[in-house]
Design a protein around this ligand. Structure first.
Ligand SMILES: CC(C)(COP(=O)(O)OP(=O)(O)OC[C@H]1O[C@@H](n2cnc3c(N)ncnc32)[C@H](O)[C@@H]1OP(=O)(O)O)[C@@H](O)C(=O)NCCC(=O)NCCS
Length: 180
């Protein structure tokens, strides 16, 4: 669980001489799109909360990180019912490539829960996952959402801990019930 009020958002690394103009950024990726560069890579990476997804490309991304196949019709309904969907694209004027994703469910006012955080394995380990979380949290904060939760797989707990997330200690605040 994380308290958005106390989280400092990292805006570093968002400028480069190949920066897309605002007009191009907005026309291709939507109003709240943000671009990100690596030092030695001229291609922009773009975060967006409004560019629509190709469901097949999205499922391929999620399968690439090792998650099971899901019926596209159900995925579409899950996306339609989500509070926020964030995509990360490697920019190309004609064929931007989806390389990262995360989504949130919630009431839109007080609580949100983050799901399906994924970065294509080819692009992992260079800071994009952290930037994806920063972009997502900034959007939730803009909506005034106060409390955000997520369920971390045991092998990625450190990834979230380093960003200021705290692990719920031994059911002191909540309990998990699974139906069979
Ligand atoms: C977890 C995931 C999103 C991280 O994305 P990423 O782009 O590789 O992460 P970053 O490069 O931004 O790493 C940010 C920091 O977290 C650390 N980190 C990244 N993945 C980690 C992991 N699996 N375990 C521990 N630390 C990790 C990095 O070392 C880095 O540390 P630093 O800030 O001290 O340098 C990505 O590995 C992924 O898609 N994994 C498969 C899907 C998954 O497990 N998603 C989470 C479901 S709960």
């Amino acid at each position: 669980m994380i308290d958005l009020g106390s989280k400092k958002l990292d805006h570093s690394g968002w400028k480069n001489q190949n920066t897309l103009s605002n007009e191009i950024l907005i026309s291709l990726y939507g109003q709240q799109a943000s671009q990100f560069f690596f030092r030695n890579n001229p291609t922009p990476f773009v975060f967006s909360d409004s560019k629509s997804f190709d469901l097949i490309e999205l499922e391929q991304l999620l399968q690439a990180v090792g998650w099971g196949r899901r019926p596209l019709r159900r995925v579409k309904r899950a996306l339609d019912n989500s509070l926020l969907k964030v995509g990360l694209w490697q920019h190309d004027p004609k064929f931007p490539r989806l390389i990262g994703f995360a989504r949130c469910t919630g009431d839109g006012i007080i609580d949100a829960t983050i799901w399906d955080v994924a970065i294509n394995p080819v692009y992992q380990g260079v800071g994009l996952g952290k930037q994806l979380m920063t972009y997502l949290m900034r959007n939730l904060k803009r909506e005034g959402i106060k409390r955000v939760t997520l369920f971390a797989d045991s092998d990625v707990i450190t990834f979230y801990k380093r960003q200021g997330w705290t692990l719920e200690p031994k059911g002191n605040k909540c309990a998990f019930w699974y139906s069979n």
